[in-house]
Unconditional design. Structure first.
Length: 368
């Protein structure tokens, strides 16, 4: 999302302010949920923020009106939804590539744990806690740079900037819901974009993740849901999805030649794993990270999974062409406890505890 939709999102709060004055109590009825969520945005440390959204963020309406076949169409819908239809635009798209690793394992008591690294350049990161009206509570993470706002943009700045940041709900890159479904987006091994074209409702990669977090309780439900929609690549890149659930089932969902392929695996990095002509296609570093994680066969508790993620963080690899600048975040999800440990920017000595279904707040600071 960039340029025109960026400017449009800046208009939103101005429109809302005028309407609030004009409509008084009716204005709060229309925009109160947005303003409450925008006001919840908190800076945790440089480059890292959190947000809570409790209520309707328009996702069911998004699906009902046909979804979106591109990030630009997602932006169009968001601007219309957040402005309650008072503003319309055309949109542009930001592109990019990122790496990543995931592993699904168990501790010595059989508790399922799912670890994920997100590798990219330095970026502003948002942890998002959502409690939709008709869906599952979830926690997710997004890279705010994908929204394409100006360099001076700060998520916790003016109310206008905070309102823009609500778009983060539609661009999650990983997450876990209250039922224990865990999802992570990873780059696949080449630059083949997916654009399925049938009569099904369209989804982009990130809105597919939002769909699964809101609506699917298990890997099997997630696979069935994905099969009901046409997939379209976000940010002009090839993707595959790592899925796991509270039972310990874990798969990768890949798209090759427009066909959705599902392969059971405990580890996913950035090369294709499906039994197809692209199997193994990807970078040498992707194979190194995969082999490191796959070689681990014993049980691992949450700190053990953290150590595994640290062992394949970008700090362990030279900054050669095709490698990624940094592991921007690592996260260890525990579906049984409905919780996660979040590590930012390769600082594995400090974690943020994320808790679902907690009245005292979803985020806790923790020191190791």
């Amino acid at each position: 999302m960039r340029k025109s939709n960026k400017n449009a999102l800046k208009w939103i709060f101005g429109v809302i302010a005028v309407l609030l004055v004009a409509l008084a109590a009716g204005g709060w009825w229309m925009f109160g949920t947005f303003i409450t969520a925008a006001s919840s945005i908190e800076k945790l440390e440089d480059g890292l923020y959190s947000m809570e959204y409790n209520g309707n963020y328009g996702f069911d309406d998004f699906l009902a009106q046909g979804g979106a076949a591109s990030d630009g169409e997602v932006a169009d819908y968001l601007v219309s939804f957040l402005s309650r239809g008072f503003y319309k635009i055309e949109s542009d798209v930001q592109t990019g590539e990122f790496g990543c690793s995931t592993i699904c394992t168990r501790d010595e008591h059989g508790v399922v744990l799912f670890g994920r690294n997100y590798d990219w350049a330095e970026c502003q990161t948002m942890i998002v806690h959502t409690v939709p009206e008709d869906g599952y509570e979830s926690v997710s993470t997004c890279c705010l740079d994908f929204l394409g706002f100006s360099e001076g943009y700060t998520p916790d700045g003016s109310m206008m900037e905070r309102m823009q940041t609500l778009a983060a709900i539609y661009v999650p890159l990983d997450g876990m819901n209250e039922k224990g479904l865990m999802v992570a987006d990873l780059m696949a091994g080449d630059d083949e974009q997916t654009h399925q074209q049938t009569d099904k409702v369209d989804l982009t990669t990130t809105t597919a993740i939002r769909l699964l977090l809101d609506k699917a309780a298990t890997v099997d439900e997630a696979i069935a849901l994905l099969g009901q929609y046409d997939m379209n690549s976000s940010i002009g890149a090839a993707h595959h999805l790592s899925l796991a659930d509270a039972s310990g089932k874990s798969v990768v969902v890949e798209y090759v030649g427009g066909e959705m392929l599902v392969t059971e695996t405990k580890v996913v990095t950035n090369h294709y794993l499906s039994d197809c002509e692209k199997q193994g296609v990807g970078s040498a570093q992707s194979h190194l990270r995969f082999d490191t994680l796959a070689a681990y066969t014993g049980p691992a508790d949450d700190r053990g999974v953290r150590d595994l993620l640290e062992s394949v963080a970008q700090k362990n690899y030279s900054q050669e062409a095709g490698n990624y600048e940094k592991t921007m975040w690592s996260i260890v999800y525990c579906p049984e406890g409905r919780c996660a440990d979040f590590y930012f920017a390769e600082n594995y000595e400090h974690s943020y505890g994320l808790l679902l279904q907690e009245k005292g707040g979803f985020l806790k600071h923790e020191e190791d």
